[in-house]
Design a protein around this ligand. Structure first.
Ligand SMILES: *Cc1c(COP(=O)(O)O)cnc(C)c1O
Length: 408
């Protein structure tokens, strides 16, 4: 008899986006002439930068001739891209990362999901609340969690991000082996300072723990005093893996390219207490289960590191940051407390109401879709996430409608 992985039964149904679309279509049906502005999902809306399109065309031409055709590439990525990443994203900021420590992939979602398979079953794991659901669900699937009760899984240490701690969780009181962190944060839009990040690095070093640092929104950081990479913090090379993506940086959500940094100095221990290089394990895993990102897509990704590419990506991000700034200013002037919206495309709003009640209010009174914070974890109760991924005109219209709706 073919049997299932029972751990899948512990997963909770992903009500969030299906419930949102259910409520939106019910509203649209009841109000066919109202037009709806979506500031809900975390997907970009603007076209790829021109340098990327040009690179895709050129690479397609190369694929059209036997003499320049490319078949399987290296599982870890082409060196032209790994070198550009190391030089531009790390060395230029004083972070000592070499090209062979960069693993190119087709997404930070799959990398943050897959990395856990390198580690033992009975490790202690700390995961933020609220959170990007991938970190938690993949550990549930792997059988590292207990049952779900009162909004939480047993055997997980939840790192609470609240207004009291400025949405940067405090260090755990207990020993932890694996820590997930995400800054600039999805969903809260919060950022972490170098001093606070150093506390986490020191904690991991003291505990022989590993930090999985998701920096998918790094490109939105405009405050030069903030770290863009965990490797800007002294000692991080030995205890941290960093995930980056071209998705939010350069509009690659549908094109698919990302990378993971696994420094050679990161170690993990076997059951006999012998140390092993995590880099070697990840390399083995990728070589076995992954066959690389397509050549044209890697060429398109590398194009963002040219001078024109940097300029085009920067104006793409500026566009969304301008939206974010408008959303944040309007909400603050209406008297709402919010985080994010600077150095981040997300604004996390304290609604002083149930998240879904506030969601319905914005939908019914303003025709604007946001994301109820409760969908991201217990600590998201009472909050909504508003995303800056839309046109400036739509954001202007949405904010004027929201002002009208919430003033009365
Ligand atoms: C969007 C996002 C990613 C990137 O995912 P891709 O698979 O690279 O598109 C990773 N982490 C977080 C928190 C995200 O919001």
């Amino acid at each position: 008899m073919i049997r299932i992985n029972d751990n899948y039964l512990k997963l909770r149904a992903t009500y969030l986006f299906s419930e949102i679309s259910k409520r939106v279509s019910a509203f649209q049906k009841a109000n066919p002439d109202r037009d709806i502005i979506k500031l809900g999902i975390g997907d970009v809306t603007r076209a790829l930068p021109k340098v990327c399109i040009d690179a895709l065309h050129l690479a397609a031409d190369e694929m059209s001739k036997d003499s320049s055709f490319k078949g399987y590439g290296p599982e870890q990525g082409y060196s032209f891209l790994r070198e550009a990443v190391a030089a531009n994203d790390f060395l230029s900021r004083g972070a000592d990362i070499s090209p062979d420590e960069i693993f190119i992939s087709d997404g930070a979602k799959c990398d943050t999901a897959n990395i856990q398979e390198l580690f033992a079953q009975d490790i202690r794991i700390a995961i933020p609340d609220p959170v990007y659901p991938v970190y938690l669900d993949t550990n549930v699937m792997a059988g590292r969690t207990g049952d779900f009760a009162q909004g939480r899984y047993k055997n997980i240490v939840y790192l609470e991000s609240t207004s009291e701690n400025g949405f940067v969780p405090e260090l755990p009181k207990e020993k932890i082996d694996l820590i997930y962190l995400c800054f600039p944060n999805n969903p809260t839009g919060a950022v972490i300072t170098a001093d606070l990040l150093k506390d986490w690095v020191d904690f991991a070093r003291e505990n022989n723990a590993l930090i999985l640092f998701d920096a998918a929104y790094e490109a939105f950081i405009r405050d030069e005093t903030l770290p863009r990479s965990i490797y800007e913090i002294k000692g991080a090379r030995d205890i941290a893996i960093e995930f980056r993506s071209f998705s939010k940086t350069a509009g690659f959500t549908g094109t698919r390219c990302a990378y993971t940094v696994v420094p050679r100095s990161c170690m993990a221990w076997d059951s006999n207490g012998n140390a092993h290089s995590i880099h070697d394990l990840w390399n083995r895993r990728q070589a076995t289960k992954f066959n690389g990102v397509s050549y044209p897509v890697q060429k398109a990704a590398a194009a963002i590191y040219t001078p024109e590419g940097k300029q085009q990506v920067s104006s793409l991000i500026d566009y969304y940051l301008k939206n974010a700034g408008l959303i944040r200013r309007e909400l603050l002037s209406l008297g709402y407390k919010c985080t994010g919206g600077v150095n981040s495309p997300y604004i996390w709003v304290n609604t002083h109401k149930d998240s879904w009640e506030f969601f319905d209010l914005l939908l019914n009174k303003a025709g604007v879709v946001c994301t109820p914070g409760a969908g991201f974890g217990t600590c998201g109760n009472g909050y909504v996430r508003i995303s800056a991924f839309n046109t400036y005109e739509h954001v202007q219209e949405a904010m004027s409608r929201i002002s009208q709706a919430l003033k009365v």
